[in-house]
Write a new protein. Structure first.
Ligand code: ADP
Length: 450
């Protein structure tokens, strides 16, 4: 390009010189040639000045996309500037795009992410952190984190710089009746900056509380009969008793041992239910055979409970016409244990002579098993908690009749594993009705009905 410009300039000089030589100062004088060359050089210089001015004006303008030179040296200069700017623009767009994607990924994180500057001011946070900590990502930007999280636990965590562990504080939505716990951990980075990660630990904390309660309950339930048992052993060892008295004590000891056995069996049943896969949809049992088995169990239980010779319960079993020859699918062992638990409860809590109705009914395109008794009934405030482990209304009545406090928890678990649900209807002094609703997929109607 430079070579072409030099050649072009020299050519212009030669042409202008020749023109001056032949036309100026009465023709053919060197002075004419020099004058022609000077005029041409000045014109070329002026032209370049004008172009340089246009180029500067173009550089200073906002819109560099306009083509001001079509050819030549100045076209290349402006083209190169445009190319450089375009490359910069492309790399800016690419880095903006990666930043956007990076922030979108952090936004999608199930954990809260918050960035703090060296003065502990909030620089940026994702929506999850905002939700956990009650922060407005826009309005609270540049606020001191200490002013936003007014938790003494968090303040001492920050001042002790004990960042190796997570600290648990109460979340923004925390209420006594609706706990919300947030775990926070700080990771220092760069020159005094900090990354704060938060996560919702409410359910983990609740599970931990439940685990602690469960262990305490089990220990208590086992310790009570054990203490009684040890007391009897000591009595037998230290006192000289008549064979009749000894026999009485041994019977009482057997009762306590039996109570512990029932408790351990129920605990094992619960843990088996929790650890095993859902019951199959291929194993079918006829409702007739289930009812027959329930009847046998119920009569055995009724006799066992009725040791003092009081009037027996009036126990009846009924299957809806629509469910004749029908079958239900699932684990027959689990279902039998659930049905027996409900019948056993009705027998144990209903005073002697009371009525107990066991029924299989057709409900819509599904079926329900229910046990209704004329017992003491249950007041409404107990109903939602009845299926919790070890929840009892009358602890001593439950224990006296051999209850473990786990029966309804087992029943609820079994029916939920079969895709159904348990309903409890009861009013104080008006009896109770426990119903197990089966989903339609687990019911197969008999040939005669279908
Ligand atoms: P338990 O082994 O104590 O019977 P459950 O889990 O079977 O434990 O029952 C929990 C509590 O529900 C019982 O302690 C009892 O207070 C109450 N309950 C269960 N069934 C009946 C019923 N048919 N009538 C009255 N109360 C009942």
């Amino acid at each position: 390009m430079i070579f072409e410009r030099v050649v072009g300039f020299l050519l212009m000089m030669v042409l202008a010189g020749l023109l001056g030589f032949f036309t100026l100062f009465e023709g053919r004088s060197m002075l004419g040639a020099l004058t022609g060359m000077c005029v041409a050089a000045s014109l070329l210089y002026l032209l370049d000045m004008v172009r340089a001015y246009r180029y500067l004006r173009w550089l200073r303008s906002d819109d560099l996309s306009v083509d001001i030179f079509k050819t030549g040296y100045w076209e290349e200069a402006s083209g190169r500037v445009r190319k450089m700017l375009k490359q910069k623009d492309l790399s800016r767009i690419a880095s903006e795009d990666s930043l956007r994607q990076f922030l979108a990924a952090i936004q999608a994180s199930p954990n809260g992410v918050l960035l703090l500057d060296p003065e502990s001011r909030i620089q940026w946070c994702n929506q999850t952190a905002a939700k956990h900590l009650g922060i407005d990502p826009q309005l609270d930007s540049q606020q001191l984190i200490g002013n936003m999280l007014r938790s003494p636990t968090f303040s001492s965590y920050v001042s002790a710089k004990a960042f190796d562990d997570e600290v648990i504080i109460e979340g923004r939505l925390h209420r006594v009746d609706n706990p919300h716990k947030v775990g926070i951990q700080i990771f220092p980075y760069g020159d005094g900056r900090m990354l704060l990660l938060s996560r919702d630990v409410t359910s983990i904390e609740q599970a931990e509380v439940m685990r602690r309660d469960f262990v305490a309950n089990v220990s208590h339930e086992i310790r009570t009969p054990l203490t009684v048992l040890l007391g009897f052993v000591e009595t037998l060892q230290t006192l000289s008793l008549t064979p009749q008295e000894q026999n009485n004590y041994l019977q009482l000891m057997a009762k306590q041992a039996f109570r512990m056995k029932s408790l351990v069996e129920d605990l094992l049943t619960l843990s088996r239910l929790e650890g095993s896969p859902f019951p199959s949809l291929q194993e079918w049992s006829t409702i007739d055979s289930i009812v027959h088995r329930c009847e046998e169990d119920a009569h055995g239980l009724m006799k066992a409970l009725n040791t003092d010779g009081a009037a027996m319960h009036q126990l009846s079993f009924h299957i809806d016409e629509a469910l004749q020859d029908a079958e239900v699918s699932g684990s027959s062992k689990e279902l039998a244990s659930a049905f027996t638990n409900l019948i056993s409860n009705a027998l144990r809590y209903t005073p002697a002579g009371g009525q107990i109705k066991v029924k299989w009914s057709r409900i819509g395109d599904s079926a329900a098993f229910s046990v209704e008794d004329s017992g003491p009934g249950i007041s409404v405030e107990h109903l939602p908690r009845l299926a919790e482990r070890f929840y009892r209304i009358d602890r001593s009545r439950s224990r006296d009749t051999g209850g473990t406090g786990l029966g309804l928890a087992i029943v609820k678990h079994v029916i939920q594993r079969h895709g159904g649900q348990m309903q409890i209807e009861s009013k104080l002094n008006q009896g109770s009705k426990f119903t197990l609703l089966f989903p339609a997929v687990r019911l197969r109607l008999g040939q005669t009905v279908a």
